[in-house]
Design a binder for this molecule. Structure first.
Ligand SMILES: [Zn+2]
Length: 254
């Protein structure tokens, strides 16, 4: 995608083509080769939109379906590992057209590109422990919505989240958090306080994780005019979801 001058400059300046590489300007020959490579090991369909499509061409609803289809392959131990070949990588040098933005926790067990079976240029990923929003995280998501034109933002919490667990301990005056970790954990505290008590610690943690993801979803619209406008004007879809560490399943939270 070629952006008007000021936007293009901002985009290059802030993110840099070499640091957050990925992108469009995709040659159909490369796309065909990549699709062939991606499907050679499995009959599963390629998970992403046709690379020749312009940025923003995939609706939020279709993007969510694509992510869930990729998650189904991941759950079934039949990932296609798409869009990782050298030829595909080369085709992404000039621009990116990811079809979704995912805000996930930093937990090493919940890598969005893997759990959704996607590849380079498919997902604009922002990660923050507990999916906590600060201005930089929010700005990164706004960038994906405003400039990269993703029509889907997923807030992905997960089972056994350490940030949420630490917030539970904080509320109960157990344990100790220091440095900037304290700031992070306190940001999750409202979700813990809003969650009904449960005598089962595991169930309570799961409920707090879900509450945190839902609250962050709500907070995105409350804090961001860019996101509010995208929802109202072009149907940006914002989803809260959780990931199960055991079976690998991503479930939408309603
Ligand atoms: Zn976590």
């Amino acid at each position: 995608m070629v952006l008007p001058g000021s936007r293009a400059l901002t985009r290059r300046h802030v993110f840099g083509l070499t640091t957050l590489a990925a992108g469009g300007g995709l040659l159909s020959a490369c796309a065909s080769a990549d699709r062939a490579a991606a499907t050679s090991s499995s009959a599963a369909p390629a998970p992403t939109a046709p690379p020749s499509e312009a940025a923003g061409a995939v609706s939020g609803e279709d993007a969510w379906k694509q992510l869930l289809a990729g998650n189904t392959r991941f759950i079934g131990d039949q990932p296609t590992h798409p869009h990782q070949a050298a030829q595909w990588r080369s085709s992404l040098v000039q621009a990116q057209h990811p079809f979704a933005c995912v805000l996930g926790c930093g937990d090493s067990r919940v890598t969005p590109e893997l759990v959704f079976d996607t590849g380079l240029g498919d997902v604009f990923t922002v990660r923050s422990a507990g999916e906590v929003l600060d201005d930089a995280v929010l700005g990164s998501i706004e960038y994906s919505v405003e400039h990269v034109r993703t029509n889907l933002v997923v807030v992905l919490g997960h089972a056994g989240c350490g940030a949420v667990s630490a917030a539970i301990d904080l509320v109960r005056h157990k344990g100790e958090v220091t440095g900037n970790i304290a700031t992070l954990v306190r940001a999750v505290e409202p979700a813990v306080l809003a969650t009904p008590p449960d005598p089962d610690p595991g169930k309570f943690l799961t409920a707090c994780v879900a509450e945190q993801a839902r609250r962050v979803k709500t907070e995105l619209a409350e804090r961001s005019e860019i996101i509010r406008d995208a929802v109202a004007q072009r149907g940006l879809k914002v989803v809260a979801a959780t990931y199960d560490l055991a079976d690998g399943k991503v479930s939408e939270l309603t």
